[in-house]
Design a protein around this ligand. Structure first.
Ligand SMILES: *Cc1c(COP(=O)(O)O)cnc(C)c1O
Length: 684
């Protein structure tokens, strides 16, 4: 194979998205095009510098990376008896060049699929080809967020229209009300697994139907219902056209739960009566819920549901009124809307939340579905989220781990004990890692702000305590909490002996004015004396900015209103880089925090939804945050020994790296899904 052929083969599989060496090869082909295309390999390849391609040293590197890719594709599976699985999710966070996600749910689905590939699972994923997926963020002169929707061009990306055995394009049809929509799919090679991205945006469809797969979470309830019909019913029909007939179906969040209705229809078309079809579906489906906010679950009024499901009801010979009870807590209440989460819970054999605390909240939330059971017996378990280490670990940290734990560290990364060996690493080595990653981040920040519409003038000290806060600007995440007492905060930032610097990034949902006001407030504060140059807002949060921030920040700040953070995963990404969490005990953190491997803000959660007064919680948590910063975090960072090392800080880094790395990997998470959810439980 020629060098160009090898690069083409590499570009066609998203394996490169978690292999920095592969990404670096593409960057070198044409750095300007690579960067301006959001790091798109095919774009750089199309504009490749021939001198680079002809360079013998470069060719050798391509050979080496290509060989590693081949070895990855041929490695033995982790399990020899794993059930085959189809995984459905509305969004996927794979790489910044393909913005098919809006936040944590999508990033989790991307990480889950990548870890499934690493494990060699028989696994197929289904989502949407969101041509205008994650909006691009910019600002007007008042610091008010603006949204642009650049259109994703399939020709630039490793996607191909799905075809049948004869090479003909596959289309399936899905009933929407009395109409029908045509659905095609783009196939994505994700390591050893395949992802099908459904697409209605082509000439066969009306304008209204073409819009359905373009954007996430826009539009009204009518459009949302139509999207979810396309995802669940269209997704399963597409899998069937591709000959996919898995042992188990995993519905990740309620958006895709109509797949269960389509499975039921298939069973009835094959001759089963409804109760048997229903039992079959329940035996073959598992469901994950992520939403602690009661209003966050998709609900559709009975009239809208009947109207939009009438075509499907006819196809399945079940009256729409007989489908409604599957989405109701009280099946006989004719006014109760149809809830997708209820459908997912009723037609699955197992369900879970995404952290222990979130599982508890979910049991509480859905106890009414099981009025005869005590709270702890409500059948919703928990599998705590983890992150895909190869995606989120910066190359210098990968090199560091390899030096200390050996070349095969990725094979054992899910074992908690494996990381114990890091306890032997010297203070000097740990501090060198931390300081070099911080400097690398600050160089990135200084460059990034020059491309922004929001004027920011960082004056960042490469040796100063650097805190990161990056996530969606949903108001429950309370981004400006640290500024609740502005003068107390100013004293911390303006301290020239022991300065704080804080890097923000995040997008507010385009319809969320309160979230936009939070960004505007932070922008205003970043202009004020004392904060100026040390509080910096990075525009257009995406997976690249995420990778940089989680690798470089010393402290990752997370202060949601309990218990609204289902899991949160960004804080898990900082650990391989020696970063420390300063977080409210919500989501995954009550399981991770042991007193010595980071810091907690506020009280231990009770997990009881809605029992705490939000204003009291805001005030108490802000006080706790100041106390932790003033009395713990800042002194631990700035108190130095005779060699200039912050020994108490480094002890915490070591404790975090030995205790948090194994349990919070996506590999551990997916192994748990296989063992606890995908395998059919042995009957006693
Ligand atoms: C990790 C990640 C998330 C999810 O993390 P949270 O802690 O839930 O915010 C969201 N967006 C991006 C870009 C990420 O990298």
């Amino acid at each position: 194979m020629t060098t160009r052929e090898k690069l083409n083969a590499l570009a066609d599989n998203l394996w490169w998205s978690w292999n920095p060496h592969a990404r670096e090869l593409f960057r070198r082909l044409n750095p300007d095009v690579f960067v301006s295309s959001n790091n798109t390999p095919h774009a750089a390849l199309a504009a490749a510098d021939e001198d680079v391609l002809d360079d013998a040293g470069y060719q050798e590197e391509v050979d080496a990376v290509y060989d590693r890719f081949q070895a990855y594709m041929q490695q033995d599976p982790f399990f020899d008896d794993a059930p085959s699985t189809a995984y459905f999710c509305m969004e996927y966070g794979l790489h910044e060049s393909m913005p098919l996600y809006s936040g944590g749910l999508g990033v989790l689905a991307g990480d889950h699929s990548k870890a499934a590939s690493d494990l060699g699972l028989p696994f197929t994923a289904v989502g949407f080809f969101l041509r205008e997926g994650y909006f691009q963020q910019s600002f007007d002169v008042e610091g008010w967020q603006q949204a642009q929707y650049p259109v994703l061009d399939p020709n630039q990306h490793p996607v191909q229209l799905a075809t049948d055995d004869d090479g003909d394009l596959v289309r399936v049809h899905v009933p929407l009300g009395t109409e029908s929509v045509a659905v095609r799919a783009w196939e994505v090679a994700l390591g050893q697994t395949t992802l099908y991205l459904l697409d209605t945006d082509f000439e066969a469809n009306s304008d209204a139907h073409r819009r359905l797969t373009r954007r996430l979470y826009g539009g009204d309830n009518h459009q949302r219902l139509q999207q979810e019909i396309v995802l669940g019913i269209g997704g399963l029909r597409m899998l069937r056209e591709q000959g996919v007939d898995p042992d188990v179906y995993h519905a990740n969040e309620g958006h895709c739960a109509f797949l269960m209705f389509e499975l039921m229809r298939e069973q009835m078309a094959a001759g089963a009566v409804q109760p048997d079809a229903e039992a079959w579906v329940r035996e073959h489906c598992v469901f994950t819920t992520h939403t602690p906010v009661p209003a966050g679950h998709d609900r559709f009024g009975p009239d809208l549901f009947r109207d939009q499901m009438q075509g499907f009801a006819e196809e399945s010979s079940v009256d729409a009124d007989d489908l409604l009870p599957y989405g109701r807590v009280h099946p006989d209440d004719p006014s109760e809307p149809f809830c997708m989460t209820v459908l997912g819970l009723k037609l699955s054999r197992a369900a879970n939340g995404v952290s222990e605390l979130n599982g508890h909240v979910a049991r509480q939330q859905w106890q009414d579905l099981h009025p005869d059971r005590p709270l702890d017996d409500v059948p919703i378990g928990a599998i705590t989220n983890g992150v895909h280490m190869p995606t989120w670990t910066a190359q210098p940290a990968k090199d560091f781990i390899k030096t200390h734990l050996g070349d095969n560290w990725l094979d054992q990364r899910q074992d908690a004990d494996f990381w114990d060996a890091l306890a032997e690493v010297s203070d000097e080595d740990l501090w060198f890692l931390r300081s070099s990653l911080r400097r690398r981040l600050l160089r990135f920040v200084n460059e990034h702000v020059q491309t922004q519409s929001l004027p920011q003038h960082p004056n960042l000290d490469p040796e100063a305590l650097t805190i990161g806060f990056a996530r969606r600007f949903a108001t429950y995440k309370r981004a400006p909490l640290i500024f609740s007492d502005l003068e107390r905060a100013r004293a911390l930032f303006a301290d020239d002996e022991r300065p704080l610097q804080l890097l923000y990034a995040g997008k507010a949902h385009p319809a969320d004015d309160a979230g936009k006001r939070y960004i505007q407030r932070i922008y205003e504060i970043s202009q004020q004396d004392g904060f100026n140059g040390r509080v910096v807002f990075l525009e257009n949060y995406n997976m690249e900015i995420g990778r940089m921030l989680v690798s470089g920040c010393d402290v990752w700040l997370n202060n949601p209103r309990r218990p609204l953070e289902a899991s949160g995963t960004s804080g898990q990404k900082i650990t391989p880089h020696g970063g420390l969490n300063l977080s409210v005990l919500d989501g995954w953190w009550p399981e991770g925090y042991n007193g010595d491997n980071g810091w907690a803000i506020g009280k231990t959660p009770t997990g009881d939804y809605g029992t705490e007064d939000p204003e009291v919680q805001d005030r108490d948590d802000a006080r706790s945050l100041y106390h932790q910063l003033e009395d713990e975090v800042i002194p631990a960072f700035y108190d130095r020994d005779d060699n200039g090392l912050p020994t108490r800080w480094i002890a915490r880094m070591r404790e975090a790296m030995t205790t948090l790395l194994g349990p919070f990997t996506a590999k551990r998470m997916v192994i748990d899904y296989v063992n606890k959810m995908y395998r059919v439980p042995v009957k006693e």
